[in-house]
Design a protein around this ligand. Sequence first.
Ligand SMILES: CC(C)(COP(=O)(O)OP(=O)(O)OC[C@H]1O[C@@H](n2cnc3c(N)ncnc32)[C@H](O)[C@@H]1OP(=O)(O)O)[C@@H](O)C(=O)NCCC(=O)NCCS
Length: 441
Amino acid sequence: MGTEEQTETGGVATASDTLTITDNRTGKTYEVPVEDGTIRATALRNIKVNESDFGVMSYDPAFMNTASCRSAITYLDGEAGVLEYRGYPIEQLAEHSTYLEVAYLLVHGELPNQKQLDEWTHRITTHTFVHENVRSFMQGFRYDAHPMGMLLASVGALSTFYPDANQIKDEETRYLQIIRLIAKMPTLAAFAYRHNMGQPYVYPDNELRYPGNFLSMLFKMTELKYEPDPRLERALDILFILHADHEQNCSTSAVRAVGSSQVDPYSAVAAGVAALYGPLHGGANEQVLRMLRRIEKKENIADFMQGVKDGKERLMGFGHRVYKNYDPRAKIIKKACDDVFEVTGVNPLLEIAIELEKIALEDEYFVKRKLYPNVDFYSGLIYEALHMPVGMFTVLFAIPRTSGWIAQWLEMIDDSEQKIARPRQIYTGERGRDYKPVSER
Ligand SMILES: CC(C)(COP(=O)(O)OP(=O)(O)OC[C@H]1O[C@@H](n2cnc3c(N)ncnc32)[C@H](O)[C@@H]1OP(=O)(O)O)[C@@H](O)C(=O)NCCC(=O)NCCS
């Protein structure tokens, strides 16, 4: 799709869904189609000063205003605080669904009927084991290795165990990798945890449900069968549902960008895990907990908030690139906190968190910048109540996000408009310099 150049300046657009651009360098006017409120960046290339000119590019560091794909997976309205997977509001899914059903929905586009759900659940449940060499590979990590680093390496390593995974155009083969990825992430995550704890790795228990089996692999000791507390299992399932997808965020964009080279899905998902590892993305809930511990007691909140307003630090778990309203997931998590604390007893840090939120929601600094609690503000408190060390928080995010990453990856593979991701640059460096031997520099 290109621009339609008008020969005379000052031409008036005839159709209403176009944008008329006048290039004041040349006086030429161009008409650019507007589709879904968007113009094609490549349409700007027709705007040239002369024939040898490359054409106008758009400059958008951090992709603040660039759509990189068409997607029918997750709808997000940050101003209104709305989140939907495949059209279903997150609130309804959190209340009535399970993570495995949501994973099906994300990957297939529709909620499963009973037979489809049973089949999906059965296939995932029977792919939870990993090759024994994965286990020995993980045992090679240092005793204090960050579990997210272990997850990153081990999910990437899975590609070497399933070499046919690079057949990404073969529907049956790639479906098998999707099942494997969703099934094995909790196993890898739990092995990483047990490694840190210096405890023997626990094999999956296929009689338990997805979140219950995960809890079993984390916490089972000498008992013959681990019986998860149904309230904790449900809270974990809800957290998994809330974290399953969030459209084109940093890690999903990483999965798509790396996947666009047509690498296997394990390597693409490893890129997602790497992106999620960063403190500004999935690492934020870990930072929230560290922040709450540092604040220590309610009396220290005022000083801390002053530091935030003076720009010395950030109120972690607040603010979002897209949400300029209360993150709907934060609301659901806050409610889940109550259920979990009923089982585990109240965490004193919750009091500090509630007070911080109260102050921030009334303070002009936060109100003016539209900074509201995001999903990470309360999730860390639940994870802590489940006896997770902070290093595991991001891992607990990566497990459910795998279904979102893989649904996005699949959508990209089947999108005929997608090619290998390759942004442009504005070159700002030197040109045409002559090399000098080191003795002359
Ligand atoms: C999520 C985040 C990276 C989004 O960043 P962004 O869209 O690039 O927003 P900006 O960094 O441009 O912030 C806009 C303004 O709000 C301020 N701000 C943003 N988040 C803030 C926070 N958590 N605490 C204090 N101030 C914050 C910035 O200092 C900036 O103020 P300024 O206009 O006076 O310079 C950012 O809000 C943040 O770092 N939050 C804490 C980490 C976090 O919870 N991440 C999890 C996201 S799910």
